[in-house]
Design a protein around this ligand. Structure first.
Ligand SMILES: [Zn+2]
Length: 246
């Protein structure tokens, strides 16, 4: 077991990218590791996206997904929300996380995509459904054509929550069968699994969902973890963007 009191030296790659996601027409997507230090400036040139504007959010653990259009600016103050969607070329969208579930969606038919940040509150509020609906309404996407990537988050091995959290999910109409392991006065929740189920319920083809399966809490040299390191934990940036030329 890693010692939570000792900072872990960063090692490994700056970022990780999933082969074939999004895989078309100059679009790239992936997630950073601890070594990137929560900053895309070292990553984008390697991806062939140097100097592009990076759109960010003030994340609120809600279910608001904001479309980014040609008149929008990436400069602060950032909008409040937990998702960004665009079909614009030459921009990058990014969400920050450190145990919460980052999700990227890409529509190869309409050359559009979204990134989402799903903590337990955002998951309860169904941010995945909001992300899929935003792509449908803004860009004409069909859910069955979407590709989805679930980036590293705290896994069911480590994500222990109280029964109050379970009750909040039940009160919001969620079914947790197979995603909740009760133990003592709480239990272990599969938050990534909940979001995967939400993607399928929103019409995304299970065969087009890539789940990293990596637990931020179990992999301290690769990823920051809020549960392990507290408020000073670094952040994973999950990103999606494209070159200017189509
Ligand atoms: Zn774990």
């Amino acid at each position: 077991m890693p010692d939570p009191e000792r900072p872990m030296p960063p090692s490994g790659p700056l970022w990780l990218e999933v082969t074939g996601f999004p895989g078309s027409d100059g679009w790239r997507a992936g997630f950073t590791t601890r070594r990137a230090g929560g900053d895309l400036s070292g990553v984008l040139p390697i991806l062939g996206l140097p100097g592009l504007p990076v759109f960010r959010l003030v994340q609120r653990h809600g279910a608001r997904v904001i479309p980014v259009g040609p008149r929008d600016t990436h400069q602060p103050p950032f909008p409040e929300g937990d998702g960004l969607a665009t079909s614009l070329r030459g921009v990058v969208l990014a969400v920050a996380s450190a145990d919460c579930v980052p999700i990227a969606l890409f529509d190869p038919d309409h050359s559009a995509g979204a990134i989402l940040h799903a903590g337990w509150r955002g998951t309860r509020s169904r941010i995945v459904r909001a992300g899929v609906e935003t792509l449908q309404q803004s860009f004409g996407s069909r859910p069955e054509s979407l590709k989805a990537m679930i980036a590293p988050s705290i896994g069911p091995c480590c994500y222990r929550v109280g029964k109050d959290v379970l009750e909040e999910f039940r009160a919001a109409g969620h079914v947790l069968d197979g995603l909740w392991q009760e133990e003592g006065d709480g239990g272990f929740l599969d938050l990534a699994g909940m979001n995967r189920r939400a993607l399928v319920e929103s019409g995304v083809d299970p065969a087009r969902i890539y789940s990293s399966g990596l637990c931020t809490h179990c992999l301290p040299t690769l990823f920051p973890s809020y549960r392990r390191e507290g408020a000073g934990a670094g952040r994973i940036l999950t990103f999606l963007g494209s070159t200017s030329a189509s």
